[in-house]
Design a binder for this molecule. Structure first.
Ligand SMILES: Cc1ncc(COP(=O)(O)O)c(C=O)c1O
Length: 262
């Protein structure tokens, strides 16, 4: 591909630019890096990551909020360290990812353990290091987690992932919060699942979570999901189960092709 001669940045990527026919990341010429380190070579912009994080931090300024980096985006230890140093928590789905958080100096109390396939060993490992919360995806998982916690002499902090059944208006393959998607507890089963969780000896109910999809470029689906989650919170609390936090995903989109994400 012929790069234009003039200096210009890529759409939505102020830290990546063409200059004098060369592609630069934060002012460093990629061809120089390729010569020094060989190819294939992965180059990430710390400034780009920190400015994306700063946008979230500005959005939540003055509110009691914890921003968690979804480890699946990129689990390079150097990348994790950048986010750990900036005070982020992490959204993980395996014991291996948990080990990476710890290696990068992340705070286990700010880690959310998501995912549909946690093993007993992983649950045990997460309990031992004092994980922030288990995001549980099914009633069967509640039973297993409670058994593991009782055996370890601990109470597992849990949140239930609910499926708010909203259309995130993104690509169907990366939508996660519609009824037909495999994730989360169906809206109509939520109260029963919370009662079940509250009755188990190894669990401490702390939150509720939802994730509606990725690459979302409009705010309406979030607002619809939040309305549904808040209705559920009211119902659950009316049943005598206090909810301490709402964990809200998924990901705001980026500009791939002239998209205008908020
Ligand atoms: C629980 C959870 N966290 C995080 C993500 C990553 O979402 P995103 O890439 O939109 O931040 C997903 C995607 O499915 C998810 O299900």
């Amino acid at each position: 591909m012929n790069a234009p001669a003039a200096s210009h940045t890529l759409p939505g990527q102020p830290h990546i630019a063409y200059q004098n026919n060369g592609l630069m990341v934060e002012g460093v010429r990629l061809s120089d890096l390729a010569q020094e380190y060989g190819t294939p070579l992965f180059v990430y912009s710390k400034a780009a990551m920190l400015s994306a994080l700063a946008a979230y931090q500005r959005g939540f300024a003055g509110r009691k909020a914890q921003i968690c980096y979804a480890m699946k985006a990129n689990s390079s230890l150097a990348v994790l360290q950048v986010f750990a140093d900036a005070g982020c928590g992490f959204d993980i789905v395996s014991g291996g990812e948990l080990a990476r958080v710890l290696a990068a100096g992340g705070d286990p109390a700010k880690v959310i353990f998501s995912g549909v396939g946690k093993t007993r060993a992983e649950m045990q490992q997460a309990l031992q290091i004092g994980i922030g919360c288990f995001n549980v995806e099914s009633e069967a998982e509640l039973d297993v987690l409670s058994q593991v916690a009782v055996k370890a002499g601990k109470k597992a902090p849990v949140s239930l992932r609910v499926n708010p059944n909203v259309d995130p208006k993104t690509h169907p393959y990366i939508s996660t919060g519609l009824k037909g998607n495999k994730f989360g507890i169906a809206h109509e089963d939520t109260l029963r699942a919370y009662r079940h969780a509250a009755s188990l000896p190894g669990l401490h109910v702390v939150g509720i979570d939802c994730h509606i999809g990725s690459q979302i470029t409009e705010t309406t689906p979030y607002l619809d999901a939040m309305d549904r989650v808040l209705d559920l919170v009211a119902e659950i609390e009316a049943a005598g189960i206090p909810i301490h936090h709402i964990d809200f995903g998924g990901g705001l989109g980026i500009n791939y092709n002239g998209d205008t994400p908020p």
